[in-house]
Design a protein around this ligand. Structure first.
Ligand code: SF4
Length: 158
């Protein structure tokens, strides 16, 4: 490579790091705000202990079964698990918490977005970033999360 290209290459590398950091920040904000997709009245209450524990266990078991990993930022995982548990309480099924629905009951009935959703089951695509394939830049190295971590993260949402 011609030496005169080095400054340009350095600049490009710096820029791509900035973009990655920006995406990471954005992802966290989205995850923390996902409950805003819900009816404001539904925001008033967090999930029950029973549903939270059920979705916590499910998430760990499913990650191990599919060879996927939780996000490097545990609060993202915690917020999604809480969202699934809340939907399980409110709707009777863990409807994906990262989407907007006109009619949640109809969506539960359709089953496409009940976790694990069809894109996850068919292609390992989890847009909530709960289950990440190892090649995903946001993937951590854990398939477990403590219940305490989830509870601590959701306290910030209350
Ligand atoms: S995107 Fe699919 S697999 Fe991921 S949390 Fe939502 S429903 Fe579950």
């Amino acid at each position: 490579m011609h030496p005169s290209l080095l400054p340009l290459l350095s600049l490009l590398l710096i820029k791509s790091c900035e973009v990655a950091q920006c995406l990471y920040d954005r992802m966290q904000i989205l995850a923390f705000n996902h409950l805003n997709f819900m009816n404001p009245a539904e925001n008033e209450k967090l999930s029950s202990e029973k549903s939270l524990e059920a979705m916590w266990q499910f998430s760990q078991t499913y990650a191990k079964r599919t060879g996927t990993y939780f996000c490097a930022e545990p609060s993202v995982t915690a917020v999604v698990i809480e969202g699934l548990a809340k939907n399980k309480d409110d709707l009777g099924a863990p409807l994906c918490p990262c989407r907007h629905y006109e009619d949640k009951k109809a969506e539960v009935h359709a089953t496409f977005w009940n976790c694990p959703c069809v894109p996850m089951r068919e292609r390992k695509e989890c847009h909530c970033m709960l289950f990440l394939t190892p090649d995903n830049e946001f993937a951590g190295d854990k398939q477990e999360i403590s219940l305490e971590e989830i509870k601590s993260a959701r306290e910030n949402m209350a």
